[in-house]
Design a protein around this ligand. Sequence first.
Ligand SMILES: Cc1cc2nc3c(=O)[nH]c(=O)nc-3n(C[C@H](O)[C@H](O)[C@H](O)COP(=O)(O)O)c2cc1C
Length: 202
Amino acid sequence: MELDPASLPARSRHLLLTGLVVPRPIAWVSTLAADGTANLAPYSFFALVSSAPPTVVVSVGSRAGVPKDTLANARATGELVVNVVGRELAVAMNATSIESAPDHDEFAYAGVTPAPSRAVRPPRVAEARAHLEARVTQIVPVPDDDGVVQNHVVFARVVHVQVDDALFTPPHRVDAVGLDPLARLAGLAYAPMGEPFELTRP
Ligand SMILES: Cc1cc2nc3c(=O)[nH]c(=O)nc-3n(C[C@H](O)[C@H](O)[C@H](O)COP(=O)(O)O)c2cc1C
């Protein structure tokens, strides 16, 4: 099948592309609003784009032209935490995708515990096995041909990392199986990590 994404209805284009770029790790992002209200929401348009400097990106959409809380907070307070979503946190993570008023407490709604971060102000999800604490460095709009911006890519510098001691062998080895990260597929579908294997480099 040959497909021109521009000719597809928006929903089909979204499902086609999110069905092909799989599995996507999920950034469960905590941020703070300017008034200090904590926010928590999942984002699978998420990637590590550089380890020098250590940088992640999260692409945040808008609802009817209004930026989602994560984008508004990233702009206003410039910090975020990526909480790694283990498989057992799937239901809680999904609960935090609810569209809610900025003052809605998504930690309480999802039944997870806010815990202080080390280097940034937004709280961590205590139940997550790993956390990337980060400071926003750039926010890049993604305009369509008419200049309409529905998504912004938030670049953030990782300034502190927490990994469960049981999953970490110094100086850098992480037990991916123990981390047990959940990945997103298209629509309502998710996948656990498969069986890892190694290849030596040519
Ligand atoms: C697993 C998962 C991944 C998601 N990924 C994204 C994403 O990459 N970009 C986006 O704009 N919304 C994404 N969403 C939807 C947002 O989580 C949802 O709109 C949420 O209400 C945004 O919350 P906020 O306004 O508190 O930031 C995702 C939802 C789920 C369940």
